[in-house]
Design a protein around this ligand. Structure first.
Ligand code: RFL
Ligand code: PHB
Length: 393
């Protein structure tokens, strides 16, 4: 089989890239190792930047998001038992959209089905060949048979543990990584949110986050030791711990209920450079990971494929001279935005979590920085500008 672009991975980056390429009239195929149900079952991101919202609109999949998503003009920082509002809209003129990754994925999947686009689910043993030459190929197994796709380009949208980055020769890629000494225990429950906006709490027992998926469904997190297993955490233990990290008036208002999902995620900062190797590109979590504190992972996946789809559209549709400019500059343009989001996510993680190894001095530094932040419009503006997302550049 032959196609113009072979995409590996049907997470948000692969699906959005597919929708944007389709819009530009570029033929492509997506290969996904899992089933659609498995992909939809992963509970992850919840906050979209305007840049991601714009790209979903451009791809023609924004309709349900605008109907069901919750635009938020701000969020609260909580420390010393008090909440302080960061007014994103007043500080930047922008807002964010609370709409779950599951819903984004579902909208993109429905769009593929309606447009008759080709996705191969349960594609096993995907392997990449000859991407350093002019005729790259992807091989995979399905129902016991081996298949081969010839493409002009391959895009690895296959997440942190995918095959695309692992196929690049070690000497051609440089990895930068920081692992944090804790994880996030997350719970999804069908109860009304404790507050109409998100609350990020710095407490001496550890970080907590009150987020939501709708007016009737919450997503709450607490910082936990890396060694903890999710089976150790009963629902009651989770609610108790969350309540200990919030001010009494929020605890009094908090509605609890049975969890419908519970999982522990490790926190990591990671970047692989560059993001292009001949005719192979990397996008989304395949190339970079941020700790979830800054709500940037899904948004970076969207901006990567936004930049790449423009480069590919220029390659296939542009005038003969200079038509490779967009794909040549992809890695450098994407990385410039990625490193700024890495910095923000690392900074916000460092500000909000308990780091026992940093001792009492580290704690005092956090307290001083939080106090400065909520009393300085300049500092709040810098934070808000990063939270709502930097421009595509
Ligand atoms: P994904 O979602 O990991 O999808 C990759 C897909 O590739 C498939 N795959 C393969 N397919 C074929 N062959 C192979 N060899 C393959 N190997 C893997 C996988 O099955 C999968 O379907 O990467 P993608 O598309 O780049 O999307 C990235 C986002 O999922 C991720 O950045 C966000 O979820 C991060 N994130 C958040 N991002 C935000 O922007 N805002 C948030 O509020 C936010 N909250 C979060 C988060 C991530 C979290 N966890 C669990 C890591 C909260 C949490 C708790
Ligand atoms: C979420 O709703 O899952 C969420 C929201 C904000 C974050 C991280 C996760 O910073």
């Amino acid at each position: 089989m032959r196609t113009q672009v072979a995409i590996i991975g049907a997470g948000p980056s692969g699906l959005l890239l597919g929708a944007l390429l389709h819009k530009a009239g570029i033929d492509h195929v997506i290969l996904e190792r899992q089933t659609p149900e498995y992909v939809l079952g992963r509970i992850r991101a919840g906050v979209l930047e305007q840049v991601a919202v714009d790209l979903l609109n451009e791809a023609g999949v924004g309709e349900r998001m605008h109907r069901e998503g919750l635009p938020h003009d701000g969020f609260d920082l909580c420390f010393g038992e008090r909440r302080h509002r960061i007014d994103l809209h007043a500080l930047t003129g922008k807002r964010v959209m609370v709409y779950g990754q599951t819903e984004v994925t579902r909208d993109l999947m429905d769009h593929r089905t309606a447009a008759g686009l080709h996705t191969v689910y349960e594609a096993a043993n995907v392997s990449l060949h000859d991407f350093d030459g002019s005729q790259p190929r992807v091989r995979y197994e399905k129902d016991g048979q081996t298949h081969e796709i010839q493409a002009d380009f391959i895009v690895g949208c296959d997440g942190y543990h995918g095959v695309a980055r692992a196929s690049v020769p070690a000497g051609a890629i440089q990895n930068f990584e920081k692992i944090y000494p804790f994880g996030w225990l997350g719970v999804l429950a069908d109860v009304p949110p404790v507050h109409e906006e998100l609350i990020y709490a710095n407490h001496e027992r550890g970080f907590a986050l009150c987020s939501m998926r709708s007016k009737t469904r919450v997503r709450y997190y607490v910082q936990c030791p890396l060694e903890d297993k999710v089976e150790q955490w009963s629902d009651a233990a989770f609610w108790d711990e969350l309540k200990r990290r919030l001010p009494p008036e929020d605890v009094a208002r908090m509605v609890t209920g049975p969890s419908i999902e519970k999982s522990i995620a490790p926190l990591r900062s990671f970047v692989a450079e560059p993001m292009r190797f001949g005719r192979l590109f990397l996008a989304g979590d395949a190339a970079h990971i941020v700790p979830p504190t800054g709500a940037k992972g899904l948004n970076l996946a969207a901006s990567d494929v936004g930049i790449l789809s423009r480069g590919l559209a220029e390659y296939y549709g542009g005038a003969a001279s200079g038509r490779e400019a967009g794909i040549h500059s992809y890695s450098q343009r994407a990385l410039s935005r990625i490193w700024k989001a890495e910095r923000f996510s690392w900074w916000f993680t460092s500000l909000m979590h308990r780091f026992p190894e940093n001792g009492e001095f580290g704690r005092k530094m956090q307290e001083a920085e939080l106090d400065y932040l909520v009393n300085s419009e300049a500092a709040m503006t810098a934070m808000a500008e990063n939270y709502v997302g930097l421009s595509l550049g």
